[in-house]
Write a protein that binds this ligand. Structure first.
Ligand code: IPE
Ligand code: IPE
Ligand code: MG
Length: 242
């Protein structure tokens, strides 16, 4: 049976080991400038490249990025297809660089609804970078926390039916989530001034610290992250203790 203590964040360091980001505000950034929303998404992807490079030096070993939610299918076909093309291009262009920089790239979210070519690119880069440890980069595509919980419940039910698990505990459930084996995020950041979580990691972020910044995602630089990390180090995380 999995150890429940394994998921508790490390409190011995003031720096967050695992940062999760709701990258919001691409559309507004572009529209404010009179440009199509996709221009904002492209600029947002450039920011991701910079941030991924900066994370190891900032002491961040796990970075989880919310790129496309289960609710984002409500957008126009043009925007959805444009975003999917950006994801595919990111993987194709960054594969070599990420490997060389020691980044392990993984994805969470339901894959079956994604285009077959994108699914193959995702599986390919996961395999190619599987041995890397310098930065664990997880990208959430077609991810919804409620959807993940339902899918995890099905997996757990299967394990119970097979007799692999009896009287499941929190750790047994966590082991059925898309993030099985990942530490919980210490800090969740949302850009663009919205103060909601929009279905992002509801189970995993139950004890995360939150930081909401008005900066729109295409303007978010590694310096913004460094500033937020400094503030995080002053927080008193009690996890229910006195
Ligand atoms: C975040 O930016 C990216 C995705 C949700 C895919 P938005 O596209 O939500 O930007 P705003 O919130 O409309 O400005
Ligand atoms: C959350 O942003 C999803 C991502 C950043 C991928 P949204 O822009 O979709 O969220 P809402 O609609 O403002 O809640
Ligand atoms: Mg938004």
């Amino acid at each position: 049976m999995a150890d429940p203590a394994a998921r508790l964040p490390d409190t011995s360091v003031a720096r967050p080991r695992h940062v999760a980001i709701i990258m919001d505000g691409n559309g507004r950034w572009a529209v404010n400038k009179g440009w199509p929303r996709l221009v904002g998404h492209r600029k947002g992807a450039e920011r991701v490249k910079q941030l991924v490079r900066a994370c190891p030096d900032l002491g961040v070993n796990w970075l989880t990025l919310y790129a496309f939610s289960t609710e984002n299918w409500k957008r126009t076909t043009e925007e959805v297809l444009g975003l999917m093309a950006i994801f595919a291009r990111y993987i194709e262009r960054e594969a070599e660089g990420l490997s060389a920089e020691g980044v392990r790239m993984r994805f969470i979210g339901g894959r079956e609804r994604l285009d077959g070519r994108l699914q193959r690119l995702m599986a390919g880069i996961e395999a190619k970078t599987a041995m890397n440890t310098r930065l664990n980069l997880t990208v959430a595509i077609n991810y919804g926390g409620r959807d993940e919980i339902v899918r995890a419940s099905r997996r757990l039910a299967d394990k119970i039916a097979r007799g692999e698990v009896f009287e499941p505990n929190e750790a047994d459930f966590a082991a059925c989530l898309d993030t099985a084996g990942h530490p919980d995020p210490d800090l969740v950041i949302r850009s663009s001034g919205e103060t909601r979580t929009s279905n992002f990691l509801p189970f995993q972020a139950a004890y995360s610290e939150y930081e909401f910044t008005p900066t729109l995602w295409p303007d978010f630089t590694p310096d913004h992250l460094a500033e937020i990390l400094d503030r995080f180090s002053l927080r008193d995380r009690r996890f229910g203790s006195a």
